[in-house]
Design a protein around this ligand. Sequence first.
Ligand SMILES: Cc1cc2nc3c(=O)[nH]c(=O)nc-3n(C[C@H](O)[C@H](O)[C@H](O)COP(=O)(O)OP(=O)(O)OC[C@H]3O[C@@H](n4cnc5c(N)ncnc54)[C@H](O)[C@@H]3O)c2cc1C
Length: 447
Amino acid sequence: MKRALVLFNQAMRWHDNLLLSEQADVDQLIAVLVLDPAEYLTTQYGIQRASLPRLQAQLKLLLDWQKQWQQKQLVLHLRIGNTSECLQQLAQQYQAQSLIAAEPTAPEQYQQLQRTGLKLELYDINSLLQHQLRPDLVTLPKSFSAFRREHEPELWVQQPQSYAVSSQFYGVPEQALDAATTNFISRYHNPTAALLNEAAALERLIQFIWQQQAVRHYKQSRDALDGEWNSSLWSFYLANGCLSACYAWQQVLDFEQQQIANESTYWIRFELLWREYFRWQMRQHSSAWFSKNAFRPPLDFSAPVPDQRFDLWCQGKTGLPFVDANIKMLLHTGWMSNRGRQNVASYLIFELQQDWRLGAAFFEQHLLDYDCASNWCNWAYIAGVGNSGARQFNQIKQALTHDAQGDFVRRWLPEKTAAGALVHLPEAQVPVQDFWRPFLQQLKTKT
Ligand SMILES: Cc1cc2nc3c(=O)[nH]c(=O)nc-3n(C[C@H](O)[C@H](O)[C@H](O)COP(=O)(O)OP(=O)(O)OC[C@H]3O[C@@H](n4cnc5c(N)ncnc54)[C@H](O)[C@@H]3O)c2cc1C
């Protein structure tokens, strides 16, 4: 009897999911999900890898996926523990010889799969460029623009597929959980955590594209700091594989054909291409991304040393209201807008002179949409390490553009009561940057 494990990490969806399909040369498939506490409860640079809300959201998602299998009278094994060990144990138990999984981008996850010693069959179900269009990592273009020019035309032919659930799935119901997993669940499961599963993803997709038609004005609204319909809020679902990027892409194309194709409808696909670019970049340079200058030699993996300014930044207490309000939003909601992320990152790196990797680790801790490639590569991009030149933002100018009346800052920093844009004035202890001055002037005259 030939058996294979099928790992559903980052593949918790029924749509466009090759992992569900009938497999040749195998008699039975054993479905499994693993949550590795090392990715959540350990620390990097002294920073816990996941906040409790991020861990709870993940756990809830995994439990929900298991329940969906149960409802279909199918067994999905959930294990909490070291990924390779859990997979090895299960393989031994069921006498499985190979492992089928979604191809990860995070080097540590890839290494865990390799360590199982099982024959691996990895399918890149979460990229736009899947196996037929797989770029060559050796000749991968360095810049996003070159990457986009080269690969965008191909994407017009890439279609999401629908796969029937294979009848090969097999499992003993009593083996669905083990003791360690049950203990972990009773300790960390929070029934009130938000359930950000495939159903929520598809509902959000339909609402954003078709019902609200928010995709029509996305290019104008995407830089907003908050708001339900200003950006797609697909990031959590894409990061966890609950939403297929190809499916989202195709839905936008369908909207363009049936309703309207404009700059905004194009721009959401443009942003999905940024995600794509960083996925391949992460694969190309792998662990070298975690070096001080990313993959630029010489590699330096020594841990960054923060000073007190980093702690204040983490608490949203730098004294620069625009930065602090964005951090408070992250701490309270587990999400921050792209514009907010760029500004707080730039401030940490350039004004507070801290190592970019500290900020990336802090984002990893708190972002519910944490995604290894999108997070670490975006941080490196702003810091100007890896492939890019530095991108420094002018927080006062940005505050005037994106929070002209100061409402966002007052919402997240209720102790700030100054009227209008005056709320953006830095506190006395904040060193005033020369390039802020004209905008500080504008800010005072505007109010
Ligand atoms: C410092 C920093 C850290 C980031 N960390 C993450 C992260 O951990 N996880 C994550 O998903 N995104 C990350 N991003 C990218 C981006 O900020 C978020 O994807 C976006 O804000 C999520 O909101 P949305 O889904 O409404 O995005 P939308 O504006 O609606 O964009 C649609 C989708 O395109 C993708 N996308 C958009 N912008 C980017 C980008 N700059 N890079 C890569 N993909 C993008 C996302 O998948 C997003 O869901 C980071 C950006 C910065 C500057």
